[in-house]
Design a protein around this ligand. Structure first.
Ligand code: F6P
Ligand code: MG
Length: 448
């Protein structure tokens, strides 16, 4: 039941897929090789682990040269996980895929998936090794200034909503809008696009002033509709369950946790389910240890050095607060295998019916980031003014209330973008879908 729309292709010189596959992917694999080499230098690895590491290094090196010479995609060897079969079936269906002449979405997922098999079929040490951990953790450490500012703002907001009398409808709406902006622009700091961000650049992408001036860069803004939903939820006897399909670890995850705290404390959600990935994915996507690293690092005060006592306490209290949500089951983390398949989300009802049921029964599903957006929209080359519901395909269906009520918070870092007012795209600067400077807040109520 796929759309018949053409998809972004690495062979199209006018696409972002074109330079991504030729420039950024080889760089990502080079960094992977460096990371393996650095790890091999470390003392304490057993002889078997050193041998295994060298083998992985040579596998990644080969993968990289096949990519650079536009070789064919090979079937992925089975590592015992069921999703590999799906990748290989799709590869057969696509026929004659080479790295630089193939559907962007498929091939990029394929790259991270085959990379993972090198590790998953190695020794236990390498099986649990995440070659992106260092960069994911560093980005959070480098985000110190933005993180402190954000946590303070979060605590201030919690005080305001606790003081219910003082919060009128307009203020409540303003708080929601700010939370959406925070969570949205948190997505501007993913690591696969921004291979070398300095601390200054990170700061400038994360502060409040920037968020405000960035508002005009939100080219699709359904915040009002999402607000209407939330403000009705409390009175409608709903399930009180909201899902967040996460994107990146580090600063973005911090903004997501702020959003979580906001939704729970203001009574819009009783329980939040976070969806992460089961394996290292698109460089910076969240794996379970990344969430633990953040929450523990805040709770025990080890995340940042040289904080003044007051900031330190605020950060620790906040970390402990998130920990308490997890301990009480109000905040849950899941990593369904579906998220690391190549499938566009419209195939979810067929490919992963249980996950679809789970999402369809929720009050709201929030999708973060660019990759999720590409998967929601089949990475299609849609006219920019195509309605959002049209690209969603089966997820948009209202059959028996069984669609997924979706809110997307995404900074644009690819080719696809829809739901713009007719004529709007033409007024934007060249390359606007690619740089992360523009963003969309798209909402679709599949239940009403
Ligand atoms: O190739 C760059 C890229 O990996 C895109 O393909 C992808 O959509 C994006 O970066 C990742 O962004 P995000 O973390 O927002 O999904
Ligand atoms: Mg990502």
């Amino acid at each position: 039941t796929d759309h018949s729309i053409a998809t972004s292709n690495t062979g199209d010189p006018n696409s972002f897929a074109y330079c991504t596959s030729r420039e950024r992917w080889p760089k990502i694999l080079s960094s992977a090789i460096d990371e393996i080499r650095t790890t091999l230098q470390k003392v304490g690895l057993s002889k078997a682990d050193v041998e295994a590491g060298k083998r992985i290094e040579s596998q990644v090196t080969t993968l990289r040269s096949v990519m650079l010479s536009d070789g064919a995609l090979q079937r992925i060897p089975g590592d015992g996980e069921a999703d590999i079969e799906d990748y290989n079936i799709e590869l057969d269906t696509l026929k004659d895929c080479t790295w630089l002449q193939s559907p962007w979405l498929y091939t990029e997922c394929y790259m991270y998936r085959i990379l993972h098999t090198f590790f998953s079929m190695s020794t236990p040490f390498w099986q649990s090794f995440d070659l992106f951990t260092t960069s994911k953790q560093q980005s959070l450490v480098d985000s110190k200034k933005g993180a402190i500012e954000l946590v303070k703002r979060f605590r201030g907001m919690l005080k305001a909503i606790a003081d219910k009398e003082a919060v009128d409808e307009a203020t409540q709406k303003a708080i929601f809008e700010e939370m959406v902006q925070i969570c949205l622009w948190g997505n501007a700091t993913d690591l696969s696009l921004l291979t070398s961000l300095s601390v200054e650049e990170l700061d400038s992408r994360q502060g409040k002033a920037v968020r405000e001036s960035s508002k005009k860069n939100v080219v699709v803004d359904d915040t009002d509709q999402a607000w209407k939903l939330l403000s009705n939820l409390k009175s409608s006897g709903s399930s009180g369950i909201i899902h967040i399909v996460l994107d990146n670890a580090g600063f973005e995850l911090l903004t997501d946790l702020v959003f979580v705290g906001y939704l729970i404390e203001s009574g819009y959600a009783k329980k939040i389910v976070l969806h992460g990935k089961r394996m290292p994915w698109f460089v910076s996507d969240v794996n379970a240890p990344d969430l633990i690293y953040l929450v523990r690092g805040f709770a025990d005060g080890t995340m940042y050095q040289d904080l003044d006592a007051e900031d330190n306490k605020e950060l620790q209290d906040t970390g402990k607060y998130w920990q308490s949500l997890m301990d009480s089951g109000k905040l849950i983390y899941e990593a369904d295998p579906f998220w690391t398949t190549h499938h566009p989300f419209g195939r979810m009802p067929a490919v992963s019916p249980s996950l679809f049921q789970e999402l369809a029964s929720a009050d709201l599903v929030v999708y973060k980031g660019d990759l999720n957006y590409r998967k929601l929209s089949y990475d299609g080359v849609w006219p920019y003014d195509t309605p959002f519901s049209e690209v969603l395909g089966p997820l948009a269906k209202k059959h028996g209330g069984k669609g997924v009520r979706s809110l997307v918070l995404r900074t644009c870092k690819a080719d696809v973008c829809v739901a713009l007012e007719p004529g709007r795209a033409e007024t934007l600067e060249e390359g606007w879908t690619r740089t992360g400077k523009y963003a969309v807040v798209s909402y679709w109520d599949a239940k009403s």
